[in-house]
Design a protein around this ligand. Structure first.
Ligand code: ADP
Ligand code: ASP
Ligand code: MG
Length: 414
């Protein structure tokens, strides 16, 4: 008998009919002779709705993260109860469990907590009683017994962590697309579904904006060697296997394009060029819990330089306030910000050994007159910051340029 973990995202449980459909699917899996744990998200739009309610009371509810978590965790409570009811009404035994009932233990970092440990006992005994266990995604409990949430998209991580904790044989992530594509299929018509993708490439895609899997779920899967099968909750089609790099994988130089519209850019102008300034600027920002992504410092002229970096859009106003204070403190001339930017990235393990990938990316963007404001590279990715209004165009142009609509063997540019 195999132990199967199946996770269903917000769209997949977005209506009562869809919840009944999920019940049908998990029952079918059980009746094939498996033990089944189902992890679910809140109904689509529900987490945003809760967040908006909080914002009507406090424009920065993050300041009271404990209460925000109590609120946000309620979305998943609704879906586990409805799904357990649906399973029972279709003739199988179910048991819904909240994060703290499982228990999924996390650190105390509210709204972005990390899972530390999963208690197997309660889930195991429900399975032993022949029940389908329905676990609330996105939530856990800290050492004080307080509710925590795992960051947006966190149900993916709940599912992989439960699969790791209970040593499941299979971890299926059911979503509203039928696998991992070469880029967001909702943005690019020619996006192509991949049969397999390595943990490392998926980690890059996720961290660069492909929200199909939360990055921490991929980190977990890689650490514990759990293959994730990403597939559609609306069909039986094979999806994409996220797994260790192997011989059967496409030998692509570029395997995907990702975009992220959730960052903003800040430039400090006329910054004195002397030791300790960068340390002072970035410790002031990090001190407020703001995570800086790309950083560029220009060559200095007459002892002054410009410093540009990106921060999450949600932290933009706070960052600008900090930066204006810093300008006075260190004697910089001014600071300007731009919220209408996007980061476009290409990812591929083959880039490690191939030259000219970056120049092709820049040439393709130049042909469409898309100006590049910032560039950053690593072994297996290249990212460019551009104006937000060119996001879709840039994604399509890069997808075409690297012929991602064809399998790696059929591409002609190598
Ligand atoms: P769920 O609610 O099931 O967790 P999400 O909305 O979090 O689903 O993630 C699925 C979405 O991810 C898709 O609808 C798609 O628009 C987006 N996406 C972005 N990049 C990709 C990609 N490379 N492959 C597949 N989907 C992608
Ligand atoms: N409901 C949470 C969110 O909207 C968690 C998830 O969907 O994975 O981010
Ligand atoms: Mg998601």
């Amino acid at each position: 008998m195999a132990l199967v973990v199946q996770k269903f995202g917000g769209t997949s449980v977005g209506t009562v009919e869809r919840i009944q459909n999920v019940a049908h699917r998990v029952i079918a899996t059980k009746r094939q002779g498996n033990q089944v744990i189902v992890v679910v998200s809140a109904m689509s739009g529900d987490t945003d709705r809760l967040l908006n309610l909080a914002r009507q009371i406090d424009d920065r509810p993050e300041r009271n993260e404990r209460e925000l978590d109590v609120l946000l965790a309620s979305g998943e409570q609704v879906t586990i109860a409805l799904l357990a009811l649906a399973i029972e009404s279709q003739g199988e035994k179910a048991r819904s469990l909240l994060g703290h009932q499982v228990a999924i233990r996390t650190d105390r970092d509210h709204t972005r907590a990390r899972i530390l440990e999963i208690d197997k006992q309660r889930v195991q005994s429900a399975l032993d009683e022949g029940r389908i266990v329905v676990v609330a995604g996105f939530q856990g409990v800290d050492e004080e017994g307080d509710l925590t949430t795992l960051g947006r998209g966190g149900s993916d991580t709940s599912a992989v962590a439960v699969a790791a904790g209970l040593r499941a044989d299979v971890c299926d992530i059911f979503t509203d697309v039928d696998g991992i594509y070469t880029t967001d299929p909702n943005l690019c018509r020619t996006a192509r579904k991949l049969d397999r993708i390595s943990y490392d490439e998926m980690l890059e895609l996720a961290s660069l904006g492909a929200k199909v899997l939360q990055i921490r779920s991929v980190e977990f899967a890689k650490k514990y060697g759990i293959p994730i099968h990403v597939r559609s909750s609306f069909s039986d089609a094979e999806g994409t296997l996220v797994c260790r790099e192997d011989e059967a994988m496409e030998k692509a130089i570029v395997s995907g394009v990702a975009y992220n519209k959730n960052e903003a850019k800040i430039t400090m102008i006329g910054v004195p060029d002397r030791p300790g300034i960068a340390a002072q600027v970035f410790s002031a920002i990090a001190g407020k819990g703001i995570v800086v992504d790309m950083i560029i410092q220009n060559v200095s002229e007459e002892g002054l330089t410009d410093l540009t970096f990106t921060v999450p859009k949600d932290d933009f106003q706070r960052s600008m306030a900090i930066v204006h204070n810093l300008c006075t403190e260190i004697g910089a001339k001014d600071a300007v910000g731009d919220e209408r930017i996007a980061k476009i990235s290409i990812v591929g393990i083959g880039m490690r050994t191939h030259a000219r990938v970056a120049s092709r990316m820049f040439e393709a963007l130049a042909r469409e007159n898309v100006n590049i404001m910032m560039i950053s590279t690593s072994e297996i990715k290249i990212s460019c910051v551009i104006a937000e209004k060119y996001t879709e165009l840039a994604v399509r142009v890069l997808h075409d340029e690297f012929q991602l609509d064809r399998s790696a063997e059929e591409r002609e540019y190598i």
